[in-house]
Design a protein around this ligand. Sequence first.
Ligand code: NAP
Length: 327
Amino acid sequence: MRQIIIIGSGPAGYTAAVYAGRANMRPLLIASSVEAGGELMNTTEVENFPGFPDGIMGPDLMSKMQAQAEKFGTDIIYEDVTGVDLSGPVKKVTLGSGAVHEALSVIFAAGSAYRKLGLADEDRLSGRGVSWCATCDGFFFRDRTIAVIGGGDSALEEALFLTRFADKVYLVHRRGSLRASKIMQDRAFANDKIEFVWNSDVVSINGEDQVESITVRDTETGVQQNLDVRGLFIAVGNDPRVHLVHGQLELTPGGTIAVEGRSSRTAVPGVFAAGDVTDPTYRQAITAAASGAVAALDAEHYLATLSPDLLGSTAVDPASSFETTTV
Ligand code: NAP
């Protein structure tokens, strides 16, 4: 049995692992089988993470966080969690392989999942022109016309990145002004490959085997038009990934995990939450990382309240233990 299991391998999970590792808790971190590293793995240059004045590619940042977590003794398993039992003093985490891992505390930092538009042909044409990841799929749209849906930073980032390949990018937004930050707006407005389609909803994605066009409807006039596009990139936000803890942890009306004040403590003793699963507002790599640090500190304080008998049952294999460093 472990002292702590961390579920999630984004900035929140890895930062929690760095702190828990340095506190000699010998964390076990469960990274996903296909989405290890979280959302930043699908990002290009990260310009606003302190310490990297020249920017850093998202995957490089995540591999540095992973290396830092491992340096302090974090064990990582690349599998999906299929179930958790958070009741009682010993928490159980079940993986896709059927293996069950136990710990006295859990930090839940499973991140968030891309939101869908909810259109009939969205899933059918996924991978056939419909995508949620410009860095993964943009290359396939060289010299094509494509559309990006959304008005936030993600949509503008996707649109700007796609102008490297596409000959034209429609930015379709349901309102008449953008939610994105000023700097991203300025860049998008200055790019003459991007054409804005304001006050418009997508009503259908058209095509047999591949996306051939989308139909958009003007939300003010109701007038519909077809946009001839081969690619459709959906960037309309994310929803917290909380299905694993439904019925076990309390959720807020917005669907994030409820925590006590500025802490990471859920209503269940020994269970802490960090990153996008708790944050309906900021959702930055740096805020997720900070909440991971908070969660590890909260978990450390919780473990200190447990009986020596219980803690004694979390022996670490001395052959694989490590020396802590102090700063
Ligand atoms: P977001 O800020 O929540 O924006 C989502 C956008 O999609 C909004 O413009 C929203 O429209 C639109 N939308 C939502 N549901 C829709 C639907 N069903 N149909 C059509 N449009 C829909 O999400 P995000 O852009 O993914 O950004 C999330 C967070 O990450 C933000 O805090 C953002 O600043 C951050 N981020 C930062 C960077 C960066 O710093 N470079 C890059 C990416 C993301 P409304 O505006 O009308 O609500």
